[in-house]
Ligand binder design. Structure first.
Ligand SMILES: Cc1cc2nc3c(=O)[nH]c(=O)nc-3n(C[C@H](O)[C@H](O)[C@H](O)COP(=O)(O)O)c2cc1C
Length: 207
């Protein structure tokens, strides 16, 4: 298939307007949209074609509450490394939309998959986790194309998340994701906008 300038323009729009979303409307995601999004993860690349991502859609209110408590504790602890002024700025950042997001997805990496038969991960076993990241980013872009936002929550105790969700020992938490309709659209990262960290260009050099 030959792609055209129209495809490139569309892809660029999706990339440009993809954001990490922390402000969500509570509107539910229609089931057919969620099904379409789920299918896009099958399109992601993975080491040895192992597809090691395992996704849990967390719908049980008590489990969601435990994840929220985990985030609140982890976030309070994370703030402690900063001096008083920086801690005040940190406290002003919204770093998760767990309460409002209609969909929570916990993405784990299966660290001992039969699939792929070990190909490509003998010297760098972390490639399994990187493969899960490709699936998450695929979902992220596909969600934006559906006019939905995704927020990646990493301020969590991953062992506690695994315990809360009763997953097998060899599943490692890679990303806890909030999904839903963004409360607003922007082409500027929130951390840049709030002056926590400005956008820096990709470092790329010839050697
Ligand atoms: C691996 C990863 C983990 C992240 N974890 C968090 C998080 O815990 N909380 C948060 O607010 N944003 C998190 N983010 C979002 C980043 O802050 C965001 O991608 C960055 O500021 C650039 O903004 P943009 O995604 O809107 O372009 C994470 C992003 C990535 C890729």
């Amino acid at each position: 298939m030959q792609l055209t300038q129209a495809h490139r323009d569309a892809l660029n729009d999706v990339l440009q307007w993809r954001r990490d979303v922390r402000h969500f409307s509570t509107d539910p995601i229609p089931e057919d949209v969620l099904t379409r999004l789920r299918a896009t993860m099958d399109l992601a690349p993975s080491v040895g074609n192992a597809r090691p991502w395992r996704v849990l859609h967390v719908t049980t209110p008590a489990l969601r509450e435990k994840i929220i408590s985990n985030f609140e504790k982890s976030n309070a602890e994370a703030a402690e490394i900063y001096d008083d002024d920086t801690r005040a700025s940190y406290a002003g950042l919204k770093l998760a939309g767990l309460r409002d997001a209609p969909v929570h997805l916990a993405v784990f990496t299966e660290n001992q998959p039969a699939e792929g038969r070990g190909l490509g991960r003998q010297t760098m076993p972390e490639m399994l986790c990187y493969s899960s990241v490709t699936a998450i980013y695929t979902l992220w872009l596909a969600a934006r194309a559906e006019n939905l936002g995704l927020g990646w929550v990493s301020i969590l105790d991953p062992v506690a998340v695994a315990q809360t969700l009763s997953v097998p020992d060899h599943w490692q938490l890679t990303g806890y994701l909030c999904l839903g309709k963004a409360a607003f659209d922007t082409d500027t990262p929130l951390l840049h906008d709030k002056k926590w960290q400005e956008n820096t260009p990709t470092q790329w050099q010839e050697v």
